[in-house]
Design a protein around this ligand. Sequence first.
Ligand code: HEC
Ligand code: HEC
Length: 239
Amino acid sequence: MSFRLVIALASMVCAGLALAADPPPPAAPGSAPQAEAAASTAAATTKPGDATTGQAKSATCAACHGLDGNPASSQYPKLAGQHEQYIVRQVELFKSHKRDSAVMMGFVMSLSEQDMHDIGAYFASKSSLPGVADAKLVARGEALYRGGDKAANLPACMACHGPDGRGNPGAGYPQLAGQYADYITLKLKDFAAGKSFTDDERGKIMATVVKGMSDQDIAALASYVEGLHAADTGSTAAK
Ligand code: HEC
Ligand code: HEC
């Protein structure tokens, strides 16, 4: 049953991707080169992100997300190793007020599409520092992550986020490996309560997946994910 749910959700995403060939947004007045580029495909309007340029552009982000995308405080999500496309999508969602964050808003308003790609490429080139899972929670967390819960109609997280938590950039499934449990907990609580980043097809997936999940299961999953190591094949450190 859970398997069928995953397939259904995955095809929702595919449908979403097919629709992603929307025309690019209208260029701002006076930006002739952009208007020209807009005439070609959406993909051609922006060059692939450049990590070296992105490092300089990410100076303001470092205060919270860390110089290399590994923040000192678990209040802020790790961006290190996160996929370029996922970072671009989230920044766009903050910018257009579709994903709510009073904190992030002020830092993204002036970023151009190219800036987002460059910054995304920079953080994607870094490695997420591995964390450690709580030994008391790891068994339940691992069972849910790898096998889901048939009775609760919960698909395995691994089906989309990968056995090692690296996600799938093409499908828009973010990296979770090593992410702070505090941040994962906040997001899962929102999703379980029906709150998504945004209401497009991709945005709605997580709220469907974890609808009504208990706080205990959220804690177990968040801890397990923090201990997942993207660098090797899905081993987990726990203490
Ligand atoms: C003052 C602190 C602060 C600064 C500076 C900051 N951020 Fe953030 N960022 C946050 C917080 C807090 C969140 C979590 C928001 C939420 O989920 O409610 C976040 C979330 C994000 C996310 C989503 C991560 C995910 O896993 O979904 C991205 C991407 C991001 N920030 C990029 C940036 C970029 C790029 C910059 C620099 C241009 C930046 N941030 C500057 C605090 C900050
Ligand atoms: C059918 C595919 C699918 C399954 C199964 C799935 N996810 Fe996700 N997940 C997504 C997508 C897509 C997003 C990004 C949503 C967006 O960009 O709006 C996401 C985002 C997340 C985020 C937010 C990450 C961040 O950096 O902010 C967390 C946390 C998460 N998933 C945890 C889980 C857990 C835990 C499970 C298992 C209970 C799970 N996911 C199962 C597709 C899936």
